[in-house]
Write a protein of this length. Structure first.
Length: 284
């Protein structure tokens, strides 16, 4: 596949002042990885593992202390590349209220486009297209503050989409949402990926990560697992030792296996569990 994002031995630290001395806290420790164009990658890790810091390095919000980050071949530490990098990689954060700036939905989605001087007719076309893509076109004249959390997050995603990025990095976008809102956002993310948009999803929900094509697990600023969801979540004991969970259906499957039920040990979705149990019962 076509390499889109590349990290080469990247380190990043935060400096914190305490009284008369400064403490250096290294949160990214020598990470090297590649993300291909069109991939759907989920990044897992407990609080403080470095996953959100990593997310901000992918569109040059954070710059490496050492090592290099490249986006579509462009060095993020070169200021001349900043505009082009952020056109290619959009960011969506966990609180949509922090990204909504206008009092009307369509005006909010148009905000960034107006700031970079896009022609009005093109703005209209992009806004309508973005809102239709996230299923919010009928709300284009509504006030954002009257929408649900999931709807607000879809508006925030539409605002990023209107910029025509090739990649969207989502930093725990469902953390503040109820189950319905979470389902709406995950359906939108999957749809965008099916359209060719590269997705990097930072999440602490295992069932969300199970929908990705690749899962990266971080601990203490390092990548310690990087594989398909099935291979990652089949290592249940190792994940639990890192303070992480597995999808509920995977935990159920492993409990049934421990009780002597003959089931595959790499089930990560409800549909897979249903099919496996159906075949087992049919056989019996």
């Amino acid at each position: 596949m076509d390499k889109f994002i590349e990290l080469n031995d990247v380190t990043f630290s935060y400096l914190t002042d305490y009284d008369e001395h400064t403490v250096k806290n290294t949160v990214i420790n020598g990470i090297s990885l590649e993300i291909s164009r069109g991939e759907f990658v989920a990044v897992l890790g407990h609080n403080g593992s470095g996953k959100s810091t990593l997310a901000k390095m992918l569109n040059a919000i954070n710059l490496p202390e050492s090592g290099k980050v490249y986006v579509d071949g462009m060095d993020t530490s070169d200021e001349n590349n900043l505009f082009d990098i952020r056109k290619r990689v959009g960011m969506v954060f966990q609180n949509p209220d922090n990204q909504i700036v206008a009092t009307v939905v369509e005006e909010d989605v148009a905000f960034a486009l107006e700031n970079i001087g896009v022609e009005p007719a093109e703005i209209r076309r992009r806004v309508d297209e973005a809102l239709k893509t996230v299923g919010m076109y009928e709300y284009r004249e509504h006030a954002p503050h009257k929408l649900s959390g999931g709807q607000k997050q879809r508006i925030a995603i539409a605002g990023v989409l209107a910029m025509k990025p090739e990649c969207i990095v989502l930093d725990e976008p469902t953390a503040m949402l109820d189950p319905i809102g979470r389902r709406e956002i995950m359906a939108t993310i999957s749809e965008l990926n099916s359209m060719g948009v590269t997705i990097v999803l930072i999440t602490h929900y295992m069932d969300e990560a199970a929908r990705a094509k690749r899962v990266i697990v971080m601990d203490s600023g390092e990548v310690i697992m990087d594989d398909t969801p099935k291979r990652v979540f089949s290592q249940m004991d190792r994940l639990k030792s890192l303070g992480l969970d597995v999808p509920q259906v995977t935990e159920l499957t492993h409990a049934l296996i421990s009780a002597g039920v003959d089931l595959p040990d790499d089930i990560i979705s409800e549909d897979e569990c249903y099919e496996a149990l159906y075949k087992l019962l049919k056989k019996g």
